[in-house]
Design a protein around this ligand. Structure first.
Ligand code: SAH
Ligand code: SF4
Ligand code: F3S
Length: 440
């Protein structure tokens, strides 16, 4: 048998891209490829890209430029661009960077093996279609190899919300939910391969409405309750959610479903109703706060995470202060915040920008507040008992690192335990970005 060819994949952007990269690697496994950690010995390089902010998109071109030397040395090397930049700028990529052999959009990944074949015959391949067929069914790998204990599983893709700043509805297309039975069977396979924790993914995961048994439609909560029954699966998470899709059954599940972890990523973007309206978010600061109250009533120890954009067109200091007030009221345990980045083709792209220095200053103030909250929440874990899913060896002898229910990284001496075990731990110390604990 011929030596396997080597595939190097570099992944940018959200968890959905991480999941997609794994699927593509498995599909290319069927075409005689195994993955490598180094572009230098690759026969094919694939960049799985993100288009969400300008910087993310530009990174792709500078990264591609760096492969010039490699391609000159190795004319058989194939270079491909996947992901959201591929979807948004497909032909432009081929024009701007002639060393690219292949461009594949997120909805066409199942066609990657035949596209690779085409490039081997010296042609270029581009596919940014949104075909009808279920790409995940076709991307199914046959590998039974053991996996790390925490895995992602995409259940929903695309977005119909059209927030005025966001490219996702254009790069990922309309909302589509995978049928429940396919999700469950993939979950069972993951568990058979050693997975103990599954994070359900979707751009709007709580808008999940998949075909269920007997022709019915399942909500995300229905799906979570069924996953809860799988022996060997110990933890369930989901991300990312939209405030308008937090239905009662999902809120209740946070209080009642034993395997659903007490962590929720619920982006609000801004605390100013004027800005929220202009963002086309269709919720207000007040409705978001009341929603958080209801979720916390169902699960008081829930750790909340959020996303924020500062410097959205026409944001004033007063609007910004409304965001700061909302943050003070919610108290986030984790957060992601960004300076507004103009995305061509989105409604907000036409609007007057906030002064850049002012926007940077707001971002700094916002991040200072969020880090302070994050630190407080983390420090508040000291003395508490948590469960830790052991995910990898630590640097010191006998040390292991894992995640608590609240998604904090925890370091501990775990002699006698293995990766994949869930252990009870008492938190003893809060470090810069992680906790330290001791087995109980
Ligand atoms: N579907 C998810 C997240 C999508 S993108 C949701 O609705 O929450 C992840 C985050 O990137 C967004 O929540 C937003 O905070 C940020 N983002 C998206 N477009 C942006 C832009 N044009 N400029 C700056 N940040 C942006
Ligand atoms: Fe983008 Fe808004 Fe859809 Fe989230 S809900 S993916 S921010 S358009
Ligand atoms: Fe980026 Fe596409 Fe995800 S734009 S954030 S990789 S959906």
């Amino acid at each position: 048998m011929a030596d396997p060819k080597k595939l190097f994949i570099k992944t940018y952007g959200c968890q959905m891209n991480v999941y997609d990269s794994e699927r593509m690697a498995e599909a290319m496994g069927g075409a005689g490829y195994e993955t490598t950690d180094s572009p230098d010995d690759a026969d094919m390089i694939l960049l799985n890209t993100c288009h969400i902010r300008e910087k993310a998109a530009e990174k792709v071109y500078s990264e591609l430029g760096r492969f010039k030397g490699l391609k000159a040395e190795k004319p058989d090397l194939k270079i491909g661009v996947a992901g959201c930049v591929a979807q948004a700028e497909g032909e432009e990529i081929m024009r701007r960077q002639p060393l690219v052999d292949l461009v594949v959009g997120p909805q066409a990944y199942h066609r990657l093996p035949e596209m690779e074949e085409k490039t081997r015959q010296g042609a270029k391949a581009l596919d940014t279609d949104f075909p009808e067929e279920d790409k995940f069914e076709k991307l199914k790998g046959r590998s039974k190899a053991k996996r790390a204990p925490a895995a992602f599983l995409t259940v929903q893709e695309g977005c119909d919300k059209f927030c005025a700043f966001c490219v996702v509805p254009y790069t990922r297309g309309a909302e589509v939910s995978r049928p429940a039975e396919r999700v469950l069977s993939e979950a069972r396979e993951l568990v058979d391969r050693g997975v103990r924790e599954i994070t359900l993914l979707g751009q709007n995961v709580n808008a999940y409405h998949g075909a269920g048994e007997n022709g019915g439609t399942w909500s995300l909560a229905d799906l979570i309750w069924k996953l809860n029954e799988i022996d060997g699966l110990e933890r369930i998470r989901f991300t990312t959610s939209h405030p308008n899709d937090m239905q009662d059954d999902l809120i209740a599940a946070h209080g009642e479903c034993a395997k659903l972890m007490p962590y929720l990523h619920l982006p609000v973007q801004s605390g100013s109703d004027k800005i929220l309206k202009r963002m086309n978010r269709s919720h207000t600061a007040e409705s978001y706060l009341r929603l958080i109250e209801r979720i916390r009533a169902a699960r008081p120890d829930l750790l909340l995470s959020g996303d924020f954009i500062v410097g959205f067109p026409e944001e004033t200091e007063e609007d910004f202060q409304a965001t700061m007030d909302l943050i003070r009221e919610v108290k986030y345990g984790q957060a992601y915040s960004f300076k507004y980045s103009t995305r061509p083709g989105t409604p907000a792209a036409e609007r007057p920008l906030v002064d850049d220095a002012e926007a940077s200053d707001r971002l700094q103030r916002l991040q200072a507040l969020l880090s302070e909250q994050q630190r407080d929440v983390q420090n508040g874990m000291v003395g508490r008992e948590v469960s830790v899913l052991l995910e990898r060896e630590g640097r010191e002898a006998g040390q292991m690192v894992g995640k608590s229910e609240y998604l904090h990284s925890v370091h501990l001496q775990a002699n006698g335990h293995q990766i994949g075990d869930i252990v009870r731990v008492k938190i003893t110390q809060s470090m810069a970005n992680s906790l330290t604990g001791a087995l109980i």
